[in-house]
Ligand binder design. Structure first.
Ligand code: NAP
Length: 323
């Protein structure tokens, strides 16, 4: 193990959580090294999920709103200003049997890790499951959304649709009735997966209508969503729905493959952190942001938990004599 390869703090992931952890650990003189990932797929998107949004109006400090990628550029420049080193590279393997823990970039089968880190902050985020439609990438942030809390406000008095039959879809649909003139829930079966209480609430809401046994087959519109084509999987019929917004609420997936069999995960795949902290079960490994949050999933909560992880890491480094 050469000294140049041993870092005090390595942060994996560059969304609001990871970059906040980098800002805090940089300002604590811990010279963090942060891996941003590669732009080869949306799951590796440097900057995280906000890179897929347009206007962000609920991030405190931006009363006029801010465009998602611009907000992440600001996070990034704040981290580098204090000396965080950002590498646009993808971590391909970790060995968390330390500390120090091993981090590989490039060939995961290389005998030696590319770096060692006393403290590892995991902030690899999560991704919304998508329908896999051709125009989805183009129209996300332009009528297609995965977050009602973030984007519902933009659809005042409009007819919008929600896809999914689980608790998330019901929650999104109910929330969206605050703004929309009508919300159509599109579900692929004829019964919901959502809990009884959420079903009852949705059924009781006069602004929500349900389309059963229905699948979204096409998104219409070039620069913004202008409607959707539906397929009824019982009758085989095709129909058009003139909605200006489509909220996809078919579940989320945390980006935890890298840590399989090393970090404890909940049944739904999210990393487990100890109560009121960012500490995992492994010494020197901390988790923050959406990779460990299946409840709030907001940029501001992710940033807050990134701050917690940085402080936890800093205290742990100090206590173990590696700070
Ligand atoms: P979920 O329970 O897995 O439900 C996903 C829904 O999307 C299902 O109805 C599923 O249909 C549908 N779906 C999946 N893939 C699809 C596709 N490709 N095309 C069309 N539809 C598709 O996910 P979730 O609603 O995000 O909930 C995740 C967990 O969080 C659950 O345990 C839930 O209870 C919890 N949660 C709780 C609350 C709350 O209590 N307030 C709020 C949100 C989430 P099928 O039913 O046919 O499989």
């Amino acid at each position: 193990m050469t000294d140049t390869k041993v870092r005090k703090v390595v942060v994996i992931g560059s969304g609001p959580a990871g970059l906040t952890a980098a800002i805090y650990t940089a300002r604590a003189n811990l010279s963090p090294l942060l891996f941003e990932g590669l732009p080869s797929s949306t799951s590796d998107q440097p900057g995280g999920q906000l890179m897929l949004t347009t206007d962000v109006e609920n991030y405190p400090g931006f009363p006029q709103g801010v465009v998602g990628p611009e907000l992440m550029a600001q996070f990034r420049s704040q981290a580098t200003r204090f000396g965080a080193e950002l590498l646009t590279d993808k971590v391909t393997r970790v060995d968390l049997s330390g500390p120090p823990h091993g981090i590989w970039i490039g060939n995961p089968n290389a005998a030696e890790p590319s770096f060692y880190a006393w403290a590892v902050i995991v902030s690899t985020g999560a991704q919304s499951l998508m329908l896999g439609l051709e125009a989805e990438d183009r129209l996300i942030g332009h009528g297609v959304s995965t977050c009602a809390t973030c984007d519902g406000f933009f659809f005042k008095d409009q007819h919008i649709a929600v896809v999914g039959g689980g608790d998330s879809a019901m929650e999104e649909a109910i929330f969206l009735t605050r703004f929309a003139s009508k919300v159509t829930v599109i579900h692929r079966r004829d019964e919901l997966r959502a809990s009884k209480i959420m079903q009852d609430r949705a059924f009781a809401n006069e602004r929500i209508e349900f389309l059963w046994n229905s699948e979204v087959r096409q998104l219409n519109g070039n620069t913004k969503l202008e409607g959707i084509r539906l397929h009824n999987n019982v009758t085989g019929e095709t129909s058009e729905l003139n909605v200006t917004g489509l909220f996809i609420a078919i579940g989320h997936q945390p980006n935890t493959d890298l840590f399989a069999d090393q970090l404890p995960r909940k049944e739904n795949g999210y990393l487990i952190t100890k109560s009121d902290s960012s500490c995992t079960d492994i010494e020197g490994v901390f988790a923050c942001g959406d990779v460990q949050d299946d409840v709030y999933r907001q940029a501001v909560t992710a940033a807050g938990s990134g701050c917690m992880a940085a402080i936890d890491a800093e205290r742990w480094l100090e206590a173990t004599g590696h700070g």
